[in-house]
Write a protein that binds this ligand. Structure first.
Ligand code: BDP
Length: 691
């Protein structure tokens, strides 16, 4: 990790004398079993972490240390006496897979800290938890912690194109996965696995959902031969296993995105029809082969009938038929299909299509299929309403797809902390089972459900492009482990581990992070439900960074008489896909929450909002406020000069300069666009802009 940033696993020396001596008393001697591979990981991480924090490496024992005044004991519940004699082992064994218990106890007159879990991966998570407590300066002398993850599946979806090395929507350099050199391993794989395990991630999909590079990138045959679908070829499976061998040490399963037409691309069949017997047999054989090579393989992600990827529609079959043929092959091995619901193109309003396609199929999917739904109906916009599919398919395992990489929120230039956005998604009450059925509860407690985040790391030394974007990777893992954590709790943990515990630094960075998303919504959308006003450019470019409202009229509906889209019962009736009282709430502009108003309604420019301000004036105000907010974030960052190391200070300061310029560019482009249509000047004289 040396030449690369250690992110939040810096393990800086503890400088508070009292804490240091308490940590030393309790952790200098460690009794850890080393039976399983993961326990090798526990020992390695403790060596590294404690040496950093306490200034010397711990003594590691294979039996209770005799002379010590205190020690740390880590093992399965029945593995060692200091554990079996101090905690309720039945209770530990009945914890969820990945759960753990940490407890301060006295054993044979000695102060002990015990970490125990029903599985090895729980021990890894428990170890990282204890190290986190010390890295954030918490006392550890009176612990009684029981943790279980809220979501069984906590995945990262890499959109990394193998062989070509480019990460789709990646802004942190090329892919970290070097398929040319695999099965040779890079230190980076181990460090990445550590980062992920430290925040509870338990699955990694290593390649892009676009497994065949679509022609929109101008790909020729030679290029698309070296695309993700190829990873299923026999010669490549040992490379997949090499990566899996690293990840499994940390309790992380490896998955692949696969092409629906694999029987034709990888095999030599003439069809990929999911009801064809040869196709069924092909998937079975291929999956058997995968599991011979990668025994704990997680499963497949499939993007089908979407943006140029083939799918069951090519054979007049539906999505359940498409998913099930692959699921049946995975079933005997315990693998799972994550089948994406990201389909659009056949409906005038893109928002309604996923529900129309998938809701009627509820109950038709095989047990080991998870339907993976983006948080909103469009595409990871700064703010969207919540997808109507959540709560609409009770007989189907669902997964929520979030985007960690900042495709639409400033890429690697803007500071934008996404945790509050994800929190809004997970807390959203779907009313699926009456009032009080938030998305987070719908996803939790089912073995086949969970959350997938589109990855953010690349080969840049700082991993995420923008240094502060590390907080998004950290926060993603922490939040999906425990959606009841607040955004501030998560950011504070991250800051303490990343920049140290100085209270001014913690408060300042926290405020910057916490205000960054609101600012982003203001200057990208005006904060009353508009979205998708970015520039695309040529098919090969797909910039998604600069403003270009004239390019996408179908997403904002600007006209001389008003702005917004009618998605009520008189329009596309997206509102009708929600349960009551949501449907009625969104249907009426008087009760529709202002932040989503123009998503659901086309309103006159001078329609009056609740406080008497007009729509167009509110848009002007919010766009201007967004830019001011970014300037304020920058000014706050400037107060940190000299308080944190210069290298990281400069990196972020430089990005803030560009961030301000870009926010102004958005504001000026979009308010001028509104003015051109509406002809309404700003009350404060800011629009039209001075020439
Ligand atoms: C959009 C991206 C595109 C992805 C697509 C997807 O612009 O690159 O391939 O979603 O999720 O966000 O499949």
């Amino acid at each position: 990790i040396d030449s690369y940033d250690s992110c939040w696993l810096r393990y800086e020396p503890v400088d508070d004398e009292e804490l240091l001596s308490s940590y030393r008393d309790r952790c200098e001697h460690v009794y850890a079993s080393d039976s399983a591979p993961e326990l090798g990981v526990v020992r390695e991480e403790l060596n590294r972490g404690l040496e950093g924090l306490l200034g010397r490496a711990p003594h590691l024992w294979n039996h209770p240390p005799r002379s010590a005044d205190g020690f740390l004991a880590i093992g399965l519940p029945d593995e060692m006496r200091p554990i079996s004699e101090t905690v309720d082992t039945d209770a530990v064994r009945s914890l969820d897979e990945d759960g753990y218990r940490i407890r301060s106890v006295t054993w044979e007159g000695v102060d002990c800290t015990v970490i125990t879990a029903p599985t090895d991966s729980g021990l890894v998570y428990g170890t990282f938890h204890l190290l986190r407590l010390m890295s954030t300066g918490q006392p550890i002398d009176d612990l009684d912690i029981v943790e279980e993850p809220a979501n069984a599946n906590r995945l990262i979806n890499h959109w990394d194109n193998p062989f070509r090395g480019k990460v789709e929507r990646g802004y942190a350099g090329p892919s970290i996965f070097d398929w040319e050199r695999l099965p040779d391993l890079r230190q980076r794989y181990f460090d990445y696995a550590r980062l992920l395990a430290s925040v509870g991630i338990n699955g990694v999909v290593v390649n892009n959902v676009n497994t065949k590079i679509p022609s929109r990138e101008g790909a020729n045959e030679a290029v698309s031969r070296r695309a993700g679908w190829q990873l299923l070829e026999s010669d490549n499976l040992e490379k997949v296993e090499a990566l899996a061998s690293v990840f499994r040490r940390y309790g992380i399963k490896t998955y692949l995105s696969v092409n629906f037409a694999s029987p034709m691309l990888v095999g030599d069949l003439e069809t990929a029809d999911p009801l064809d017997a040869d196709v069924e047999a092909w998937w079975e054989r291929k999956v058997d082969e995968v599991y011979e090579t990668v025994p704990d393989f997680g499963g497949f992600v499939v993007k089908a009938d979407s943006e140029g990827q083939t799918g069951p529609y090519d054979y007049d079959r539906d999505h359940a038929e498409g998913a099930n043929v692959i699921a049946r092959a995975l079933e005997p091995h315990g693998g799972r299909v994550w089948w994406r619901a990201f389909v659009y193109g056949s409906h005038e309003d893109r928002a309604v299509q996923a529900y129309n396609t998938f809701e009627p199929l509820d109950g038709e999917f095989h047990d080991n299929v998870t339907v993976q739904i983006k948080n909103g109906p469009i595409d990871f916009q700064p703010r969207e309403p919540i997808s109507t599919l959540f709560g609409a398919m009770p007989e189907t395992d669902l997964g929520c797809e979030l985007q960690i990489t900042q495709e639409y929120t400033g890429q690697n230039v803007h500071a934008c902390y996404h945790v509050p956005q994800w929190k809004e998604v997970l807390e959203f009450d779907t009313y699926a089972d009456g009032e009080g059925t938030p998305v987070k509860d719908l996803l939790a407690d089912r073995e086949g459900q969970g959350i997938a985040g589109v990855g953010v790391v690349g080969d840049d030394p700082n991993w995420t492009g923008h240094y502060l974007a590390q907080a998004n990777l950290y926060g993603y893992g922490r939040l999906i482990w425990d959606p009841d954590l607040t955004s501030e709790e998560i950011s504070e943990e991250w800051i303490r581990q990343t920049f140290g515990g100085d209270s001014t630094v913690v408060e300042t960075v926290n405020e910057i992070l916490m205000n960054s998303w609101d600012a982003s919504i203001d200057y990208h959308t005006g904060s009353i439900g508009l979205m998708h006003m970015m520039y695309n450019g040529s098919a090969a470019l797909e910039n998604h960074y600069d403003p270009s409202p004239e390019e996408w009229p179908e997403y904002h509906g600007a006209s001389e008489d008003g702005i917004g889209l009618d998605r009520t019962s008189s329009g596309s009736d997206y509102t009708g896909q929600y349960r009551e009282p949501l449907a009625s709430r969104y249907e009426d502009p008087e009760t529709c929450p202002e932040e989503l108003l123009l998503f659901f309604h086309h309103l006159p420019w001078e329609h009056e909002l609740a406080d008497g301000t007009t729509v167009v004036q509110r848009l002007y105000d919010n766009f201007f406020a967004g830019v001011e907010a970014v300037k304020e974030l920058r000014a706050q960052w400037h107060t940190l000069e000299g308080e944190i190391d210069d290298r990281r200070y400069r990196h972020v300061a430089d990005r803030f300069d560009e961030h301000v310029l870009q926010a102004e560019r958005w504001r000026d482009t979009i308010v001028s666009f509104f003015y051109d249509y509406s002809g309404v000047p700003d009350e404060d004289g800011r629009v039209p802009l001075e020439a």
